[in-house]
Design a protein. Structure first.
Lengths: 316, 586
């Protein structure tokens, strides 16, 4: 370095003011962090997550062990003298037209609603992931075939399709058939979301790096592409679980759902509509149970979406 | 306010920033981004703020025109512009200043023009908003004039066209035109050319210089390139961690950097390093870089590009070795959908490309965007299939390879890609990422693989504790180290580096370049180095192939290409390296 005098406008800050640090020093936090770990940390801090989690957990427990919540039998102990009766000590929500305990029927109907929701979700996820993943990843003619197949199913409203299917198979009305009827037409939205995400992810350099190492296509799909594309599917799935429960109630309300002998919220709402004016409790309470459950799943979906979307998180 | 017109003339500064502090609101309180910046700009002067990403250079510029992103706010200090205190201005008052008195040229020409409106509409919008002209005809006439000034031929026709019909350089010309449309006293240019090819960059900056000189506009340049800053600005401000560490006349700072950080930057900037090697080799016939009258100081130790280049030259093998890669008449033609109805065209991405890479040496494939350099790299890696031509790796034709032999080929040849944020799977931890090649090729058992991963982390100077961590905890440079470790896992002979250092800050870039040089001499690696940056080539490559529109236009040793370029295009590229006009103190 030459020791020429500096010109008067040449300013040099003292070194102490901004001491040099090592270039590109590794500075990792104490805790690990990736998309899922960060999402979990984010969700844990949110009241909405805990509220919906508690409701969902409660619904699951009620569905699995209804007798923990009520000792009143929902069907066998009905007395017509109690028809549309007001709440009493043991029967806190009153009676239905048939004189059955409203609370007990809601509690025992939970498992039906939840089962339909879960079976439909599993069905749509499996079909949606299969179709979406292969269409998006392999592209070409396979994409054309799978996507058009999806479009055909997508073009028919799934409620309408389910009504038709349930009317045709009226002899086989049970939880599995109704789930099948809803799920078979509901998967294309999952497939579309996944396909779009996979199209994005498969352009990544890490996919090319894996190819260059010699990882087979199927392994690249399973190991790198699918795990990085699944987040939006989880969001869609959580929300659609609530929608499936509504669909079952809708079908039962229309009279093409589950038979009257099967206890479900939809059936109860359907039976209560004639007595809306003189016995509102028979309609309101099953509807409330339905709304709260569906709301919990939709809220959970929202929380998961916010947690998985780093952009939304950065704005808060 | 009344005396503003008189104050702006003479020797009073146009812009005077005093003790500026800018912070970003976060959940943990205010994070300072700019900490006590003082800056003075005289009317008609050009000043450049230089720094790495995160140094606060852009934040300072945005604070002047109150365009800080959401959570940012000025927490202290004053900004006097033309006798007005801007830091106290309301959003409404600021709108009158922006565009009218202070023009702004943004960084990315691709996203700063709205694709759904015609270019003419967007220019006219600015003209109307700034009250430069009123009335349909006048506004239109003015818009045509702006585009003409921006250097667009047949501007009246161009007015009706949409941004996608313009090249990147054209768009940046339009944005500069918009920025200068109301003859502002100050133009802020935030990395105006960092997204463009070097030759385009040079033309745009020349043009900007002429325009601002004619109008008498002062320019505040924001850039990460020290060479570019020194070439284009009279005054230089070096920022580091939100503070100014050195400021003064450009040439003096470059020739006599005083602050250790500036010394680091000067030593690490490829454009300057290549310039220095250039003048040294021109002076001495021996081509020995040790004759260089340049002594790196202690702080720059281990980061000096010239020292690295010198090391490379010394370790270069004397005897000729066999060729690791031979490419013969390699051609790739893409079928593209044409513009017209039903027509389809052909795009020749690579046209009869031939070259050879000697074992243990580095060959650089240089070219601007669209020159076909990456396509060639992908074909060599067997990620694309050539339309015709031959690729020989150690004498074996790779085209017919399938299954096991292809897997063996992949084992001997590994890539490192450009984007450090895209090249690592965000959901796999560093250990698994580096071990993946070992798994695929069934190398060793679990513990052996783990040992190898730890060894590789050591080779790329990363702590072993990273093995269970995820990529999002790492900086760009660190991610690129991980990518290099993954590439080296199978002990390959050949590494294809596709713009592997282009996205990194200069200091980090220098560090990685040095790491690559060390690894090469240690492991006898053969590098194929794909880049758009000739300056980097100077310090890393033994041989250069210059590509233009799918063809190799010039191929020779690095010294030959730099000292005695045969082709006009190569000369253009060389002249476009920023810092060409600077006389360095060597």
């Amino acid at each position: 370095m030459s020791n020429k005098p500096l010109s008067p406008t040449h300013f040099v800050a003292p070194l102490e003011e901004t001491p040099l640090v090592a270039i590109d020093a590794v500075n990792v936090g104490e805790r690990k962090s990736n998309l899922w770990i960060d999402a979990w940390r984010d969700m844990r801090r949110r009241p909405m997550f805990w509220v919906s989690a508690v409701i969902i957990l409660l619904v699951v427990v009620v569905a699995l062990a209804p007798n923990l919540f009520t000792s009143v039998p929902p069907n066998s102990d009905c007395q017509l003298s109690n028809s549309n009766g007001a709440p009493t000590g043991e029967h806190i929500l009153g009676f239905t037209k048939q004189g059955c305990d409203v609370f007990s029927r809601i509690v025992h109907g939970t498992s039906t609603s939840l089962s339909v929701g879960i079976i439909v979700t599993i069905l749509t996820s499996v079909l949606g992931i299969l179709f979406g993943a292969f269409a998006g990843f392999y592209g070409g003619w396979l994409d054309a075939v799978l996507s058009r197949a999806g479009d055909i199913f997508f073009s028919i409203p799934y409620i309408l399709a389910a009504v038709v299917i349930m009317s045709v198979f009226s002899a086989y009305r049970n939880v599995f058939v109704i789930s099948l009827a809803i799920g078979i037409f509901a998967w294309p939205s999952t497939a579309r979301v996944l396909r779009a995400e996979i199209l994005r992810v498969k352009q990544s350099d890490y996919v090319m790096a894996a190819q260059a190492v010699g990882v087979s296509n199927l392994k690249i799909l399973m190991r790198h592409v699918l795990p990085n594309s699944i987040a939006p599917v989880i969001v869609v799935t959580t929300i659609s679980l609530g929608a499936a429960i509504v669909a079952e109630a809708t079908l039962s309300f229309l009279g093409v759902g589950l038979p009257n002998s099967t206890m479900s919220w939809g059936n109860d709402i359907s039976a209560a509509q004639v007595d809306l004016r003189n016995a509102p409790q028979t309609l309101i309470y099953p509807s409330l149970a339905l709304s709260i459950t569906v709301l919990a799943f939709i809220m959970m979906g929202e929380v998961v979406r916010d947690a998985l979307d780093p952009k939304a998180r950065a704005q808060r | 306010m009344s005396d503003s017109s008189t104050r702006s003339t003479g020797t009073t500064p146009l812009l005077e920033i005093k003790n500026l502090e800018v912070g970003f609101q976060s959940t943990n309180g205010i994070v300072p981004a700019v900490r006590g910046v003082d800056l003075t700009l005289m009317p008609g002067q050009t000043l450049a703020i230089v720094g790495e990403s995160g140094s606060g250079k852009s934040t300072t510029a945005h604070a002047i025109i109150n365009l800080l992103p959401g959570a940012g706010r000025i927490t202290g200090g004053s900004i006097m512009f033309d006798g007005k205190e801007l830091s106290s201005y309301s959003e409404k008052q600021m709108e009158d200043i922006r565009g009218r008195e202070i023009g702004f040229v943004p960084q990315d020409p691709m996203s700063n023009l709205n694709p759904v409106w015609s270019v003419g509409f967007q220019v006219e919008e600015t003209i109307r908003a700034n009250g430069v002209a009123t009335g349909r005809k006048e506004v239109r006439a003015h818009a045509i004039q702006v585009l003409k000034e921006a250097g667009l031929a047949d501007a009246d026709k161009r007015l009706k066209q949409f941004p996608h019909q313009f090249s990147g350089g054209m768009r940046q010309r339009v944005l500069i035109g918009i920025g200068l449309s109301s003859r502002p006293k100050l133009l802020i240019a935030d990395e105006p050319t960092s997204a463009l090819d070097v030759t385009v960059q040079r033309r745009i900056l020349d043009h900007l210089e002429t325009l601002t000189r004619d109008i008498g506009t002062a320019v505040l340049f924001i850039t990460h390139d020290l060479g570019l800053a020194a070439e284009r600005a009279e005054q230089l401000v070096v920022m580091y961690k939100g503070r100014i560490v050195e400021a003064g006349p450009s040439k003096e700072i470059l020739q006599n950097p005083v602050h250790p950080y500036t010394q680091r930057l000067v030593a690490a900037a490829p454009s300057l390093a290549s310039r220095r090697i250039q003048s040294a080799t021109a002076q001495s016939e021996t081509h020995s870089l040790s004759d260089l009258d340049y002594a790196p100081t202690k702080v720059t130790e281990g980061l000096d590009l010239i020292a690295a280049a010198e090391e490379r030259v010394e370790s270069r093998p004397v005897t000729k070795r066999p060729d690791a890669i031979v490419v013969k008449d390699l051609t790739k033609v893409y079928k593209i959908r044409g513009q017209g109805k039903g027509s389809s065209g052909e795009l020749v991405a690579a046209d009869k490309v031939s070259f050879a890479v000697e074992k243990g040496t580095t060959t650089a494939l240089v070219g601007e965007s669209g020159s076909g350099k990456s396509t060639v790299a992908k074909m060599i890696l067997r990620l694309e299939n050539p339309t015709s031509g031959q690729i020989l790796i150690d004498g074996t034709d790779v085209a017919p390879l399938k299954g096991k032999p292809l897997l063996d080929l992949r084992r001997r040849m590994q890539p490192v890609f450009q984007d450090p944020y895209g090249s690592l799977d965000p959901l796999r931890n560093i250990g698994n990422t580096i071990a993946e090649p070992l798994q695929v090729h069934d190398v060793g058992d679990r513990t052996a693989r783990r040992d190898r991963v730890l060894e590789l982390l050591g080779q790329v100077s990363l702590p072993q504790s990273l093995i269970t961590r995820y990529p999002n905890e790492l900086s760009g440079g660190q991610r690129q180290r991980v990518a290099i470790a993954r590439a080296l896992a199978l002990k390959p002979d050949i590494v294809v580096l596709d713009e592997a250092v282009s996205a990194l800050d200069v200091l980090v870039q220098a560090q990685i370049l040095q790491l690559l040089a060390e690894l090469q001499s240690e492991l006898e690696l053969t590098y194929l180095f794909i880049t758009h940056d000739l300056a980097v080539v100077r310090v890393i490559a033994d041989n250069v192939c210059v590509m233009q529109q799918g063809r190799i236009v010039e191929a020779a040793s690095t010294d030959a290409v730099f000292d005695n370029p045969k082709e006009q295009y190569t000369r253009e590229l060389l002249n476009a390296i920023p810092g060409a006009g600077i006389i360095l103190g060597v």
